[in-house]
Write a new protein. Structure first.
Length: 117
């Protein structure tokens, strides 16, 4: 990934976080949405947005709700970063599974019998 693409990815992440926080309180009350990582393609046609959703009973349903409001979120993002970059990428949202993975590893480590004497 080029330096320019990395800078734009960080900019999208920084500007998208408050937008998702604002929309999250409206469309997903009681849930906290955080932007974990943004990966933009080299041509800026697509940005993969990895989000963590806390306080959700079914995170897949919450993710589909965010995807349903994708156009509104992208429009608001365009108003913020449209002056800095010419092309606003399409946004694809994905669940970040790092927290689940870490919890699974911790559970496995807790269940290990270390054979202490």
């Amino acid at each position: 990934m080029s330096i320019r693409t990395e800078k734009i990815s960080r900019s999208i992440q920084r500007d998208l976080a408050p937008i998702l926080s604002r929309y999250g309180s409206k469309i997903l009350p009681g849930e906290l949405i955080t932007v974990v990582e943004v990966v933009a393609t080299a041509d800026l046609g697509l940005a993969k947005i990895y989000v963590s959703i806390l306080g959700s009973k079914d995170r897949e349903v919450s993710l589909r709700t965010i995807e349903f409001h994708n156009k509104e979120i992208r429009r608001e993002l365009a108003m913020i970063i449209g002056k800095r970059i010419r092309k606003i990428p399409e946004l694809n949202f994905y669940l970040d599974s790092t927290l689940d993975y870490a919890q699974r590893i911790n559970k496995i480590l807790d269940n290990l019998d270390l054979g202490e004497e």
